[in-house]
Design a protein around this ligand. Structure first.
Ligand code: GCO
Ligand code: MN
Ligand code: MN
Length: 389
Protein backbone atom coordinates (compact mmCIF):
# COMPACT_ATOMS: atom_id res chain seq x y z
CA UNK A 1 0.00 0.00 0.00
CA UNK A 2 1.47 3.33 -1.05
CA UNK A 3 0.47 6.42 0.86
CA UNK A 4 1.97 8.86 -1.62
CA UNK A 5 -0.35 11.80 -2.33
CA UNK A 6 -1.66 12.19 -5.88
CA UNK A 7 -3.12 15.28 -7.48
CA UNK A 8 -6.51 13.60 -7.65
CA UNK A 9 -6.54 13.32 -3.85
CA UNK A 10 -7.05 17.11 -3.84
CA UNK A 11 -4.83 17.91 -0.89
CA UNK A 12 -4.36 21.60 -0.15
CA UNK A 13 -2.93 23.77 2.59
CA UNK A 14 -2.56 27.44 3.49
CA UNK A 15 0.58 29.38 2.67
CA UNK A 16 0.40 30.73 6.24
CA UNK A 17 0.81 27.20 7.61
CA UNK A 18 4.25 26.48 6.17
CA UNK A 19 5.24 30.15 6.45
CA UNK A 20 4.49 30.28 10.19
CA UNK A 21 7.74 31.45 11.76
CA UNK A 22 6.95 30.34 15.30
CA UNK A 23 6.16 33.80 16.64
CA UNK A 24 3.79 33.68 19.62
CA UNK A 25 2.98 35.56 22.81
CA UNK A 26 5.91 34.09 24.72
CA UNK A 27 8.52 33.99 21.99
CA UNK A 28 10.08 35.58 18.95
CA UNK A 29 10.20 33.95 15.50
CA UNK A 30 12.37 30.84 15.29
CA UNK A 31 12.44 30.50 11.49
CA UNK A 32 13.30 33.04 8.78
CA UNK A 33 10.53 34.35 6.48
CA UNK A 34 9.51 31.92 3.72
CA UNK A 35 9.14 33.57 0.32
CA UNK A 36 5.55 32.96 -0.94
CA UNK A 37 6.76 31.72 -4.35
CA UNK A 38 9.17 29.24 -2.74
CA UNK A 39 6.30 28.24 -0.50
CA UNK A 40 4.03 27.49 -3.48
CA UNK A 41 6.86 25.56 -5.18
CA UNK A 42 7.54 23.56 -2.03
CA UNK A 43 3.89 22.58 -1.64
CA UNK A 44 3.61 21.57 -5.30
CA UNK A 45 6.69 19.40 -5.00
CA UNK A 46 5.42 17.41 -2.03
CA UNK A 47 2.23 16.59 -3.96
CA UNK A 48 -0.30 19.26 -3.01
CA UNK A 49 -3.08 19.80 -5.52
CA UNK A 50 -3.64 23.35 -4.39
CA UNK A 51 -2.96 26.08 -1.88
CA UNK A 52 -4.83 28.80 -0.02
CA UNK A 53 -3.67 32.19 1.22
CA UNK A 54 -4.69 35.39 2.97
CA UNK A 55 -4.35 38.46 0.74
CA UNK A 56 -1.44 39.66 2.90
CA UNK A 57 0.39 36.29 2.71
CA UNK A 58 0.86 36.89 -1.00
CA UNK A 59 0.70 40.65 -1.44
CA UNK A 60 2.18 42.42 1.61
CA UNK A 61 -0.21 44.84 3.35
CA UNK A 62 0.07 48.32 1.83
CA UNK A 63 1.58 47.22 -1.52
CA UNK A 64 0.99 49.45 -4.54
CA UNK A 65 -1.26 48.28 -7.38
CA UNK A 66 1.72 47.71 -9.66
CA UNK A 67 3.48 45.64 -7.00
CA UNK A 68 0.28 43.62 -6.53
CA UNK A 69 0.01 43.00 -10.27
CA UNK A 70 3.64 41.95 -10.47
CA UNK A 71 3.14 39.42 -7.65
CA UNK A 72 -0.02 38.06 -9.27
CA UNK A 73 1.71 37.40 -12.59
CA UNK A 74 4.67 35.82 -10.83
CA UNK A 75 2.32 33.59 -8.81
CA UNK A 76 0.51 32.54 -12.00
CA UNK A 77 3.82 31.67 -13.63
CA UNK A 78 4.90 29.57 -10.63
CA UNK A 79 1.50 27.86 -10.46
CA UNK A 80 1.59 26.97 -14.16
CA UNK A 81 5.17 25.79 -13.99
CA UNK A 82 4.62 23.62 -10.93
CA UNK A 83 1.11 22.38 -11.74
CA UNK A 84 -0.56 23.64 -8.57
CA UNK A 85 -3.81 25.60 -8.24
CA UNK A 86 -5.19 28.23 -5.94
CA UNK A 87 -8.24 26.62 -4.33
CA UNK A 88 -9.16 29.07 -1.58
CA UNK A 89 -8.59 32.75 -0.85
CA UNK A 90 -9.25 34.67 2.32
CA UNK A 91 -8.72 38.11 3.80
CA UNK A 92 -6.55 38.95 6.78
CA UNK A 93 -8.80 41.10 8.97
CA UNK A 94 -7.02 40.37 12.23
CA UNK A 95 -3.35 41.30 12.07
CA UNK A 96 -3.14 45.04 11.45
CA UNK A 97 -3.58 47.49 14.37
CA UNK A 98 -6.62 49.02 12.67
CA UNK A 99 -8.50 45.77 13.35
CA UNK A 100 -7.56 45.67 17.04
CA UNK A 101 -11.23 45.78 18.07
CA UNK A 102 -12.86 44.02 15.14
CA UNK A 103 -13.45 44.50 11.45
CA UNK A 104 -17.10 43.95 10.37
CA UNK A 105 -18.26 44.29 13.98
CA UNK A 106 -16.13 47.29 14.91
CA UNK A 107 -18.08 50.18 16.42
CA UNK A 108 -16.30 52.49 13.97
CA UNK A 109 -18.07 52.69 10.61
CA UNK A 110 -14.78 53.64 8.93
CA UNK A 111 -13.16 50.41 10.12
CA UNK A 112 -16.20 48.37 9.05
CA UNK A 113 -16.07 49.98 5.60
CA UNK A 114 -12.31 49.52 5.28
CA UNK A 115 -12.77 45.85 6.17
CA UNK A 116 -15.33 45.47 3.38
CA UNK A 117 -13.03 47.33 0.96
CA UNK A 118 -10.10 45.04 1.84
CA UNK A 119 -12.37 42.02 1.40
CA UNK A 120 -13.56 43.16 -2.04
CA UNK A 121 -9.93 43.36 -3.15
CA UNK A 122 -9.16 39.95 -1.63
CA UNK A 123 -12.10 38.48 -3.55
CA UNK A 124 -10.80 40.04 -6.79
CA UNK A 125 -7.37 38.58 -6.06
CA UNK A 126 -8.88 35.14 -5.46
CA UNK A 127 -10.92 35.34 -8.66
CA UNK A 128 -7.82 36.29 -10.64
CA UNK A 129 -5.85 33.33 -9.29
CA UNK A 130 -8.71 30.86 -9.75
CA UNK A 131 -9.95 30.30 -6.18
CA UNK A 132 -13.51 29.04 -6.04
CA UNK A 133 -13.88 29.37 -2.27
CA UNK A 134 -13.54 32.53 -0.23
CA UNK A 135 -13.18 31.91 3.50
CA UNK A 136 -14.32 34.42 6.09
CA UNK A 137 -12.70 33.92 9.47
CA UNK A 138 -13.58 36.72 11.85
CA UNK A 139 -10.69 36.35 14.26
CA UNK A 140 -11.14 39.84 15.72
CA UNK A 141 -14.95 39.84 15.59
CA UNK A 142 -15.51 39.65 19.31
CA UNK A 143 -14.64 41.28 22.58
CA UNK A 144 -13.14 41.06 26.02
CA UNK A 145 -15.18 43.90 27.55
CA UNK A 146 -18.82 42.86 27.40
CA UNK A 147 -20.00 46.46 27.79
CA UNK A 148 -18.07 47.52 24.70
CA UNK A 149 -20.35 46.04 22.03
CA UNK A 150 -24.03 45.46 21.56
CA UNK A 151 -24.15 41.72 20.75
CA UNK A 152 -27.39 41.99 18.79
CA UNK A 153 -26.09 44.91 16.73
CA UNK A 154 -22.85 42.97 16.14
CA UNK A 155 -24.75 40.10 14.50
CA UNK A 156 -26.58 42.60 12.28
CA UNK A 157 -23.30 44.24 11.27
CA UNK A 158 -21.74 40.86 10.53
CA UNK A 159 -24.75 39.96 8.36
CA UNK A 160 -24.55 43.25 6.48
CA UNK A 161 -20.90 42.57 5.54
CA UNK A 162 -21.48 38.95 4.52
CA UNK A 163 -24.45 39.92 2.38
CA UNK A 164 -22.53 42.79 0.77
CA UNK A 165 -19.65 40.49 -0.20
CA UNK A 166 -21.95 37.70 -1.38
CA UNK A 167 -23.81 40.15 -3.61
CA UNK A 168 -20.49 41.41 -4.98
CA UNK A 169 -19.39 37.86 -5.86
CA UNK A 170 -22.72 37.21 -7.55
CA UNK A 171 -22.72 40.53 -9.37
CA UNK A 172 -19.20 39.95 -10.71
CA UNK A 173 -20.16 36.44 -11.84
CA UNK A 174 -17.14 35.01 -10.05
CA UNK A 175 -18.89 31.72 -9.29
CA UNK A 176 -17.06 31.69 -5.97
CA UNK A 177 -18.64 30.55 -2.71
CA UNK A 178 -18.14 32.05 0.74
CA UNK A 179 -17.35 29.72 3.65
CA UNK A 180 -17.61 31.25 7.12
CA UNK A 181 -15.20 29.78 9.67
CA UNK A 182 -16.39 29.65 13.27
CA UNK A 183 -14.14 29.78 16.34
CA UNK A 184 -15.17 30.25 19.97
CA UNK A 185 -12.23 32.38 21.15
CA UNK A 186 -8.61 33.37 20.41
CA UNK A 187 -7.40 35.89 19.63
CA UNK A 188 -10.48 37.52 21.23
CA UNK A 189 -11.75 36.53 24.66
CA UNK A 190 -15.00 35.63 22.88
CA UNK A 191 -15.60 35.53 19.14
CA UNK A 192 -19.03 35.98 17.50
CA UNK A 193 -20.30 33.00 15.46
CA UNK A 194 -18.57 30.63 17.86
CA UNK A 195 -19.48 27.22 16.43
CA UNK A 196 -20.68 25.51 13.27
CA UNK A 197 -24.21 25.57 14.65
CA UNK A 198 -24.05 29.35 15.08
CA UNK A 199 -22.90 29.77 11.48
CA UNK A 200 -25.59 27.48 10.07
CA UNK A 201 -28.26 29.37 11.98
CA UNK A 202 -26.80 32.71 10.85
CA UNK A 203 -26.81 31.60 7.20
CA UNK A 204 -30.52 30.80 7.40
CA UNK A 205 -31.14 34.50 8.20
CA UNK A 206 -29.31 35.81 5.11
CA UNK A 207 -31.02 37.46 2.16
CA UNK A 208 -32.50 34.53 0.20
CA UNK A 209 -31.03 35.72 -3.11
CA UNK A 210 -27.45 35.10 -1.92
CA UNK A 211 -28.04 32.34 0.63
CA UNK A 212 -26.66 29.71 -1.73
CA UNK A 213 -23.41 31.62 -1.99
CA UNK A 214 -22.69 31.18 1.72
CA UNK A 215 -21.72 28.02 3.63
CA UNK A 216 -19.46 26.99 6.47
CA UNK A 217 -15.74 26.27 6.83
CA UNK A 218 -15.46 24.17 9.98
CA UNK A 219 -12.07 23.62 11.56
CA UNK A 220 -11.53 20.49 13.65
CA UNK A 221 -9.40 22.41 16.15
CA UNK A 222 -12.01 25.11 16.70
CA UNK A 223 -14.77 22.58 17.15
CA UNK A 224 -12.72 20.73 19.76
CA UNK A 225 -11.85 24.00 21.51
CA UNK A 226 -15.61 24.43 21.97
CA UNK A 227 -15.90 20.87 23.30
CA UNK A 228 -18.08 19.73 20.41
CA UNK A 229 -18.34 16.36 18.68
CA UNK A 230 -16.64 17.45 15.47
CA UNK A 231 -17.97 14.55 13.41
CA UNK A 232 -21.57 15.41 14.29
CA UNK A 233 -21.10 19.15 13.74
CA UNK A 234 -19.55 18.64 10.33
CA UNK A 235 -22.12 15.99 9.41
CA UNK A 236 -24.92 18.46 10.05
CA UNK A 237 -23.31 21.03 7.76
CA UNK A 238 -22.79 18.35 5.12
CA UNK A 239 -26.38 17.15 5.37
CA UNK A 240 -27.57 20.73 4.83
CA UNK A 241 -25.39 21.05 1.72
CA UNK A 242 -23.45 23.79 3.53
CA UNK A 243 -20.04 22.19 3.92
CA UNK A 244 -18.26 24.49 1.47
CA UNK A 245 -14.73 24.03 2.85
CA UNK A 246 -13.13 22.20 5.77
CA UNK A 247 -9.95 22.92 7.76
CA UNK A 248 -8.39 19.64 8.90
CA UNK A 249 -5.92 19.47 11.76
CA UNK A 250 -5.70 18.17 15.33
CA UNK A 251 -6.30 19.58 18.78
CA UNK A 252 -6.54 18.61 22.43
CA UNK A 253 -10.03 19.62 23.57
CA UNK A 254 -10.76 22.94 25.30
CA UNK A 255 -7.26 24.45 24.94
CA UNK A 256 -5.77 27.29 22.92
CA UNK A 257 -5.82 26.72 19.16
CA UNK A 258 -3.06 24.16 18.70
CA UNK A 259 -3.33 23.61 14.92
CA UNK A 260 -1.52 20.27 15.26
CA UNK A 261 -0.76 17.79 12.46
CA UNK A 262 -3.86 16.03 11.16
CA UNK A 263 -4.32 12.72 12.95
CA UNK A 264 -1.93 13.52 15.75
CA UNK A 265 -4.51 13.64 18.55
CA UNK A 266 -7.83 11.77 18.50
CA UNK A 267 -7.17 9.09 15.89
CA UNK A 268 -10.65 7.64 16.20
CA UNK A 269 -12.29 11.00 15.62
CA UNK A 270 -9.96 11.70 12.67
CA UNK A 271 -10.94 8.31 11.25
CA UNK A 272 -14.65 9.09 11.47
CA UNK A 273 -14.07 12.47 9.86
CA UNK A 274 -12.28 10.86 6.92
CA UNK A 275 -15.07 8.29 6.78
CA UNK A 276 -17.70 11.04 6.70
CA UNK A 277 -15.99 12.84 3.81
CA UNK A 278 -15.19 9.69 1.83
CA UNK A 279 -18.53 7.90 2.37
CA UNK A 280 -20.36 10.98 1.11
CA UNK A 281 -17.87 11.61 -1.70
CA UNK A 282 -17.55 15.17 -0.43
CA UNK A 283 -16.26 17.18 -3.37
CA UNK A 284 -14.19 19.83 -1.53
CA UNK A 285 -10.41 19.80 -1.19
CA UNK A 286 -8.79 17.88 1.69
CA UNK A 287 -7.39 21.03 3.22
CA UNK A 288 -4.99 21.23 6.16
CA UNK A 289 -4.89 24.29 8.41
CA UNK A 290 -2.03 23.36 10.70
CA UNK A 291 1.08 24.92 12.21
CA UNK A 292 4.62 23.57 12.43
CA UNK A 293 5.90 22.85 15.92
CA UNK A 294 8.00 25.69 17.26
CA UNK A 295 11.14 23.48 17.31
CA UNK A 296 10.71 22.54 13.61
CA UNK A 297 13.54 23.36 11.23
CA UNK A 298 13.00 25.22 7.95
CA UNK A 299 12.78 21.91 6.02
CA UNK A 300 10.39 20.31 8.49
CA UNK A 301 7.58 22.77 7.76
CA UNK A 302 6.98 20.80 4.53
CA UNK A 303 7.23 17.50 6.42
CA UNK A 304 4.24 18.76 8.41
CA UNK A 305 2.05 18.94 5.30
CA UNK A 306 3.47 15.73 3.83
CA UNK A 307 2.68 14.03 7.15
CA UNK A 308 -0.91 15.30 7.17
CA UNK A 309 -1.44 13.94 3.64
CA UNK A 310 0.06 10.58 4.55
CA UNK A 311 -2.05 10.29 7.70
CA UNK A 312 -5.18 11.14 5.72
CA UNK A 313 -4.37 8.41 3.18
CA UNK A 314 -3.67 5.87 5.93
CA UNK A 315 -7.05 6.66 7.48
CA UNK A 316 -8.73 6.54 4.07
CA UNK A 317 -7.36 3.04 3.67
CA UNK A 318 -8.78 2.16 7.11
CA UNK A 319 -12.17 3.49 5.99
CA UNK A 320 -12.06 1.16 3.02
CA UNK A 321 -11.22 -1.76 5.31
CA UNK A 322 -14.04 -0.77 7.67
CA UNK A 323 -16.50 -0.63 4.78
CA UNK A 324 -15.34 -4.02 3.48
CA UNK A 325 -15.16 -5.77 6.85
CA UNK A 326 -17.96 -8.31 6.79
CA UNK A 327 -18.24 -8.66 10.56
CA UNK A 328 -18.41 -4.90 11.14
CA UNK A 329 -20.84 -4.38 8.28
CA UNK A 330 -22.97 -7.32 9.44
CA UNK A 331 -23.24 -5.79 12.91
CA UNK A 332 -24.14 -2.39 11.52
CA UNK A 333 -26.80 -3.93 9.29
CA UNK A 334 -28.30 -5.75 12.25
CA UNK A 335 -28.65 -2.54 14.22
CA UNK A 336 -31.28 -1.40 11.75
CA UNK A 337 -34.80 -2.72 12.37
CA UNK A 338 -37.16 -2.21 9.45
CA UNK A 339 -40.94 -2.18 9.21
CA UNK A 340 -42.41 -0.76 6.01
CA UNK A 341 -45.79 -0.03 7.63
CA UNK A 342 -44.21 2.06 10.35
CA UNK A 343 -41.91 3.86 7.94
CA UNK A 344 -44.83 4.84 5.74
CA UNK A 345 -46.89 5.89 8.75
CA UNK A 346 -44.24 8.20 10.17
CA UNK A 347 -42.56 9.53 7.02
CA UNK A 348 -44.85 12.50 6.69
CA UNK A 349 -47.80 13.78 8.63
CA UNK A 350 -51.41 13.19 7.74
CA UNK A 351 -54.45 12.96 10.03
CA UNK A 352 -54.84 9.34 9.00
CA UNK A 353 -51.27 8.38 9.79
CA UNK A 354 -51.34 10.16 13.17
CA UNK A 355 -54.57 8.31 13.98
CA UNK A 356 -53.16 4.95 12.93
CA UNK A 357 -49.97 5.56 14.90
CA UNK A 358 -51.97 6.32 18.04
CA UNK A 359 -53.67 2.92 17.70
CA UNK A 360 -50.48 0.98 17.17
CA UNK A 361 -49.07 -1.14 19.99
CA UNK A 362 -45.37 -1.87 20.40
CA UNK A 363 -43.55 -4.85 21.98
CA UNK A 364 -41.78 -2.59 24.47
CA UNK A 365 -40.03 -5.28 26.45
CA UNK A 366 -38.57 -6.93 23.38
CA UNK A 367 -37.53 -3.52 22.03
CA UNK A 368 -35.85 -2.57 25.29
CA UNK A 369 -34.03 -5.86 25.68
CA UNK A 370 -32.63 -6.11 22.19
CA UNK A 371 -28.89 -6.75 22.31
CA UNK A 372 -26.89 -4.22 20.33
CA UNK A 373 -23.36 -5.57 20.73
CA UNK A 374 -21.65 -2.24 21.17
CA UNK A 375 -18.81 -3.69 23.25
CA UNK A 376 -17.84 -5.86 20.29
CA UNK A 377 -18.43 -3.13 17.72
CA UNK A 378 -16.16 -0.60 19.39
CA UNK A 379 -13.50 -3.27 19.91
CA UNK A 380 -13.59 -4.09 16.20
CA UNK A 381 -13.04 -0.40 15.37
CA UNK A 382 -10.18 -0.18 17.86
CA UNK A 383 -8.59 -3.37 16.54
CA UNK A 384 -8.94 -2.17 12.96
CA UNK A 385 -7.39 1.22 13.69
CA UNK A 386 -4.49 -0.17 15.70
CA UNK A 387 -3.71 -2.92 13.22
CA UNK A 388 -4.68 -5.72 15.63
CA UNK A 389 -7.32 -6.72 13.11
C1 GCO B 1 -7.00 29.92 13.17
C2 GCO B 1 -7.73 30.12 11.91
C3 GCO B 1 -7.05 30.57 10.75
C4 GCO B 1 -8.00 30.71 9.59
C5 GCO B 1 -7.33 31.40 8.52
C6 GCO B 1 -8.26 31.68 7.38
O1 GCO B 1 -6.05 29.14 13.22
O2 GCO B 1 -7.51 30.40 14.12
O3 GCO B 1 -8.11 28.84 11.59
O4 GCO B 1 -6.07 29.67 10.44
O5 GCO B 1 -8.42 29.49 9.09
O6 GCO B 1 -6.80 32.56 9.05
O7 GCO B 1 -8.76 32.95 7.52
MN1 MN C 1 -7.07 27.11 13.98
MN1 MN D 1 -8.72 27.60 10.00
Amino acid sequence: MSFEPKKEDHFTTGLWCTAFNGREVFGTPVRPPLDPMDNIRGLARIGCYGFAYHDDDLVPFGSSTSERDRIVSEAKRVMDGEGIRNTMATCNLFEQPVFKDGAFTSNDVRIRSFAVQKSLKAIDLGAELGANTYVMWGGREGLEVEASKNPVESVKRYREAVEFLAHYIQDQGYGMRIAIEPKPNEPRGDIFLATIGHVLAFISTLDASIRDVVGVNPEIQHSRMAGMNTVHEVAQALEMGKLYHFDLGAQKPTRYDQDLRFGSEDIKESFFIVKLLEDHSWSGPRHFDVKPYRPDSVEEVFDLVAGCMRSYLVLRDKVERFNNDSEIQGMIRELEVCDDDLSTMTRSYSRGSAGALKERSFPLQEMAERKLGYQRLDQLVFDLLTGAR
